[in-house]
Design a protein around this ligand. Structure first.
Ligand SMILES: Nc1nc2c(ncn2[C@@H]2O[C@H](COP(=O)(O)OP(=O)(O)O)[C@@H](O)[C@H]2O)c(=O)[nH]1
Ligand SMILES: [Mg+2]
Length: 641
């Protein structure tokens, strides 16, 4: 089965809607006002089965200059265009504007239909065709068929069907490796079913019962029903006109311009970096910060264009720009967009989105080079540029999905390639950091450690947390991966929560060593009733601050153990006391503070912190005023312990 979407285009009253009706038997003018006034206001839909498994979805657009906005919502997802020109009137303003829009949106192919052929003499028809050919010169429709048709007599309809079938079969199938996106062009409710949205599936596919998200507002819903061309289906794929019945979201929460996709895959943005081509017949150069109407997918948003090159952008030329939007949008790089001037409302240009999550742009050579890679680079170069851009925090695969044009398969392949070539590091599941960013992190870490050791020669190392803060508070997993890598390279040692340069050692001179030894003896002999540091310093006559700092050496060497804030036990008596309490507990099952005081001959001042320390060591647990042995946790039925 092939599904191809064809859009009409052309000036008002040139016979677009009549042609669609003549081809399909379906009247695309569905609004009451459209039927009454005989003009198309909003986009309408029909479909045509051309046999051999080829179905055309048809989007009929309004030709009136006031409704170009609606026309843009309609042609966003089309594969082919039928540029409709009335034989009696020939090329008119919206013929040119619609042609320019299709050109800007990179519509691949199409043809011209000369309607109302019954109203034109053969010689006149010749002249009109001549004129049309010259208008098409240099556009994607140059050299395409020009088919004279009369909806009134039926003349030419067969030839048109044959042309459409040939063009339809030549449309390359849309790839399946892509993020599902459906730009919404209509929202309505059907009694008994609830909210329905329609649009052309721009990429990927959606299945019944799937959880979807309406962007940019982030409303989650479930696909309760799917229809394409009036048929109920369980799967809708790229290129199909589709109606989606959504469960869990009210109609009022949705509007044209929203995008239906899967949760977590797209990121709303107020800024976009892009190429911008100004049409040759744009009325004026584009000025810095000019306010324009920005159209992407089915949305229209007011935006200011910040030029990233040159003082102005002249008609017929192109440059890089940053679009700053007044409301957020979701889009992906390589999406095409159109801009129209605020007033008069005319199409002036468009381009390709390159960065859908940029920072506020300042002109620079680096930015220019980066945008060039995003525009023209290989997939590897583009993903590498994005990884470089996010820096030391790295990016998860989902982040890269949201900011590159690649589908999951392609992205996986590119990341595998970059990792194999050492350009990217896999720091955790589906989480990548660019090699250059990792090298910078390593250098910063080594410099921070060097400075730390110079400042704190008595400390064995810097705490991991402090080092992570020095590195800009990077994510824990990125940090731990970095430590592993630098340790594996033999540059640092990591012990418990301390990191040191491999070359660093705490070195004490003889006088310092003696002081440390005396301090240790003091605490060892005090047993389970140790002094405070100040008491010990006073007793030993250690008065200078840099000498008092030596106490930390004993803590770092784990000769002194912190039992609570300001209370340190020597490790040996602490160990002995611990063994005695545990032996008591194995016999008596429970122990009270009074028991501890009696057993160790200490006062409450030491007994209580000591017991809390045993709890904290997960040796005992408190039960009322007693402690019991903590048993090895075993899974209890019902999952409680
Ligand atoms: N004689 C003649 N009139 C036509 C033909 N196609 C359309 N029309 C008339 O042209 C007018 C505009 O047609 P419509 O389809 O609404 O034009 P649209 O604005 O391009 O959609 C209507 O009055 C149609 O009846 C045709 O092939 N021959
Ligand atoms: Mg019409």
């Amino acid at each position: 089965m092939r599904h191809v979407v064809v859009g009409t285009a052309g000036h008002i009253d040139h016979g677009k809607s009549t042609l669609v009706r003549a081809l399909t038997g379906i009247d695309p003018d569905r609004l009451k006002e459209e039927k009454e006034r005989g003009i198309t206001i909003d986009i309408g839909f029909a479909h045509l089965d051309l046999g051999d498994g080829l179905t055309l979805g048809i989007v009929d657009v309004p030709g009136h200059e006031r409704f170009v906005k609606n026309m843009l919502a309609g042609v966003g997802g089309i594969d082919l265009v039928m540029l409709v020109i009335a034989a009696d009137e020939g090329v008119m303003p919206q013929t040119r504007e619609h042609l320019a829009i299709c050109q800007l949106l990179h519509v691949k192919s199409g043809l011209v239909v000369l309607t109302k052929a019954d109203l034109a003499e053969p010689e006149w028809l010749e002249l009109v065709q001549e004129d049309v050919r010259s208008v098409l010169r240099g556009t994607f429709l140059e050299g395409r068929a020009i088919v004279p048709v009369s909806a009134k007599t039926g003349e030419g309809l067969e030839a048109l069907r044959a042309e459409l079938a040939a063009l339809g079969r030549a449309v390359p199938p849309r790839g399946t490796d892509a993020t599902f996106r459906l730009p919404i062009d209509r929202v309505f409710t059907i009694r008994g079913f609830g909210t329905v949205v329609t649009g052309t599936v721009a990429a990927g596919q959606v299945v019944l019962e799937e959880r979807v998200l309406v962007y940019p507002r982030g409303r989650e819903a479930k696909v309760r029903g799917l229809q394409t061309h009036g048929q109920t289906v369980s799967l809708a794929v790229a290129g199909q006109r589709t109606a989606v019945n959504l469960q869990g979201v009210e109609r009022a929460a949705l509007e044209r311009g929203d995008v239906l996709s899967l949760p977590g895959l797209l990121r709303p943005t107020f800024m976009l970096d892009a190429t911008c081509e100004l049409l040759g017949d744009a009325p004026a150069p584009l000025k810095p910060r000019q306010r324009v109407r920005f159209h992407v997918g089915t949305s229209e948003i007011m935006a200011r264009v910040h030029l990233l090159e040159g003082a102005t952008l002249e008609p017929g030329s192109r440059g890089y720009v940053q679009l700053r939007l007044e409301t957020p949008v979701v889009a992906l790089p390589r999406d095409r967009y159109v801009i129209r001037s605020y007033s008069p409302m005319v199409t002036i240009g468009g381009g390709t989105l390159l960065d859908v999550a940029p920072v506020k742009a300042r002109r620079s050579a680096t930015l220019g080079a980066r945008l060039q890679v995003l525009e023209r680079g290989t997939p590897e170069a583009v993903v590498e540029a994005e990884l470089r851009h996010v820096g030391p925090g790295g990016a998860r695969t989902a982040d890269l999905r949201a900011r590159t044009p690649f589908g999951p398969e392609a992205l996986r392949g590119v990341l595998a390639d970059l990792t194999a070539r050492g350009r990217a590091l896999l720091v955790d599941r589906e989480w990548y950091v660019h090699a250059a960013a990792a090298d910078r992190l390593r250098d910063t870490a080594l410099a921070a450690l060097t400075a730390f050791h110079a400042r704190e020669p008595l400390k064995p190392g810097m705490s991991k947390e402090e080092l992570r803060t020095r590195l800009g508070g990077i994510d824990e997993r990125v940090f731990l991966h970095l430590l592993d890598r630098v340790a594996a390279a033999g540059l640092i040692s990591v012990e418990k929560d301390k990191v040191r340069l491999k070359t660093h050692q705490v070195r004490l001179d003889d006088r310092q060593r003696t002081l440390v030894d005396r301090l240790e003896t003091e605490f060892r002999e005090a047993g389970v009733t140790p002094p405070s540091f100040d008491e010990a310093f006073a007793k030993l006559g250690i008065a200078r601050a840099e000498d008092q700092a030596l106490a930390q050496v004993l803590v770092d060497e784990r000769r002194l153990v912190r039992v609570k804030e300001g209370l340190y036990f020597h490790a040996e008596p602490l160990q002995a006391a611990e063994s005695r309490v545990l032996a008591f507990l194995r016999e008596q099952r429970a122990i009270t503070p009074q028991d501890v005081k009696d057993l160790l001959g200490i006062s409450r001042k030491y007994a209580i912190p000591f017991m809390e320390y045993l709890d904290a060591q997960r040796l005992t647990v408190r039960q009322g005023d007693k402690r019991v042995l903590r048993e090895a946790p075993r899974p209890a039925p019902g999952g409680r312990d």
